[in-house]
Design a protein around this ligand. Structure first.
Ligand SMILES: *Cc1c(COP(=O)(O)O)cnc(C)c1O
Length: 211
């Protein structure tokens, strides 16, 4: 099932779009099956859960952090992840600068956009994204590489406008700083996200089944 799902999704994706398997709550065995079927990028939401799996998964794969990063988890995150997709504050960016700096590492980050302007969600409001980017690019051990969004829980086509908002920010940051990744679209919305320019889609249930 996992194998079949991965193959079907990969077949449906244009060649420039990367598939990220969203693996929160999934076992090492499930994740390794997805990797064997062709997944080369996984996304974890919790540093502690990722650390445990990181110790057990020996297969070659790129690790992205897609959850809400807390200051006291930044050091561990620097050790595990290749990219932080969910950067939404200068405070955390500066902590990454400090922690990754002392490891001699440069951490690629993406700014998470709260495209639906929802009060209790993470991400920066669209109007604050460029300002945060202008600060992040001054850091030496943090490299701005893209933009990510979840978008609100809406039905069908309604998600498109939030992807468009995020795409506009991506375009501005591409002009300004040459960023390359636009991460948006999940199990129910990835086709629309790809139409709106996503080049990373993050899929959980569509690969592993219901949570
Ligand atoms: C869980 C999760 C996904 C995947 O969601 P599905 O609906 O299971 O495809 C994508 N992005 C983030 C940030 C997530 O937490």
């Amino acid at each position: 099932m996992i194998e079949e799902n991965v193959r079907r999704i990969l077949e449906g994706l244009p060649p420039n779009v990367r598939l990220l398997a969203a693996t929160k709550g999934r076992s090492v065995e499930e994740i390794e099956r997805a990797i064997d079927a062709g997944v080369n990028l996984i996304g974890e939401n919790y540093v502690q859960e990722a650390a445990k799996k990181y110790g057990e998964i020996k297969k070659e794969v790129e690790w992205h952090f897609i959850g809400h990063l807390q200051k006291n988890k930044v050091k561990k995150a620097c050790e595990i992840f290749h990219v932080i997709e969910s950067m939404d504050s200068l405070k955390i960016a500066k902590e990454l600068e400090k922690r990754c700096g002392s490891m001699g590492k440069i951490m690629p980050v993406m700014i998470e956009i709260n495209s639906g302007r929802e009060e209790n969600k993470s991400g920066v409001f669209p109007e604050n994204a460029i300002g945060l980017a202008d600060e992040i690019v001054n850091l030496k051990h943090v490299e701005l590489v893209g933009v990510m969004t979840m978008g609100p829980a809406v039905e069908g086509e309604e998600i498109r406008k939030y992807f468009k908002i995020t795409r506009e920010i991506f375009d501005s940051l591409q002009d300004r700083y040459g960023v390359k990744y636009l991460s948006m679209g999940m199990t129910d919305s990835w086709r629309i996200a790809v139409e709106e320019g996503a080049n990373i889609v993050r899929i959980g249930r569509g690969i592993f089944g219901p949570r």
